[in-house]
Design a protein around this ligand. Sequence first.
Ligand SMILES: *Cc1c(COP(=O)(O)O)cnc(C)c1O
Length: 497
Amino acid sequence: MKTMNILYQSTRSNMEAIPASQAILQGLSSDGGLFVPITIPKLESTVEEFSQMDYRQCAYEVMKLLLTDFTEEELKTCINKAYDDKFDTKEIAPLIKQGNGYYLELFHGPTLAFKDMALSILPHLLITSAKKNNIKEEIVILTATSGDTGKAALEGFTDVEGTKIIVFYPKNGVSAIQEKQMITQKGENTYVVGITGNFDQAQTGVKNIFNNRELEKGLKDKGYIFSSANSINIGRLVPQIVYYVYSYAQLYKEGQIKKDEKINVVVPTGNFGNILAGYYAKCMGLPIDKLICASNENKVLFDFFNTGIYDKNREFILTSSPSMDILISSNLERLIFQLTGKDYKKTLEFMNDLSAGGKYEITGQMKEQMENIVAGYASEEETAKVIKEIFEETGYVIDTHTAVAASVYEKYLKDTGDDKKTVITSTASPYKFPVSVMEAIGTKYKGIGDFDLVKELSNLTGLEVPKAIAGLETADVIHDVICKPEEMEALVKEILK
Ligand SMILES: *Cc1c(COP(=O)(O)O)cnc(C)c1O
């Protein structure tokens, strides 16, 4: 079979279609839209073939279908550099059967969250893309983070030649461990800034900087171009498709499913990047039946999938799953584009409504096409309850984000009786959120500090404290800059002066 050449277009205009490497370099389209593949290719290997592959081989077979302007050697080099012993298990993404689901552990990378799955490869894709396109400028990565992206991006880009990385995080909106991970980041080319606002403000600030043509021109003259490490970059989405295919193949290999048997997938969701990769995997022919979108109390997606109305006008709630505390799920735009039948005009209208009034309503026809996406949400109480239950029944400890998914799945199972084999994407290590996790397990852990709880968690599970956490308590703080959301642009200029 000859692999189809795939080009990318914006969700908001019919500007010239571009190859993957250019879409990766630009991050966001200059019209404000997101890049999407014009056609979604079909998987070319069978499940038997996939089940014989290790993670890297599987990554190559999947990613080559979407990054068609990369040569075999380029792509394999990127994959080999990314999925190496930075991950603490050879399997890279182990699938653990526990209770009524299969937990796909995506947190074995250097920062203990699923962001590592994509951010360990993005720098290599980006550098390769720059070479392919004869880019001479230094690439400045601007990133807004709700906690996990920032550290994973910093790890990925630290001391990568030809790049600088600037991370903005909500000063009071991330866990203590998340913050410590970021502000102790080493590397000559790294900058970490706390903003006195929430994640949406950080994300909006970054998008505004991207869309500022004057700033762009000024910096280009100084030898800089911007790109993004957020999941708006297609270079993050494509690597995430891999683990859906890989987990399906593992289920098959272990005799848990028959060939072509449909499975369900539950994804704890914030910016809609992870679940969108699952949606693309399904479009590529992976036998996924229901995609179950799990939200925390910021349940804007739950309301959207149930009513067809996206409405961000509501209170922003800080929860125990901070990486999902998001009211503007950027990647939903890519689904909207798909549901309109790839109509960029309609997509633009919806997005204009969103930025003007914080709200839009999709058509009945579009709603019908979402029947395979089910949405649920878990309250703070439910999230804590499921952590305790699973621990007491099985000894397995899940983090708060994964717990949101586990709780939503439990309710789904009870309501529908749909007992298809189900993969729950496990997006963070419990070590990353020790306070919420341990308080859920027992009230006696209340009031104890993060790092003492890390030790308690290790005692409880018998698992060694991960390297990424072990040295953190005593690490030196390197970054202490704080600014207001409206000062972000000035700060970027100052850094690049
Ligand atoms: C980022 C993140 C999520 C949300 O993923 P999206 O792709 O933004 O929907 C969930 N859990 C954890 C631990 C994360 O870091």
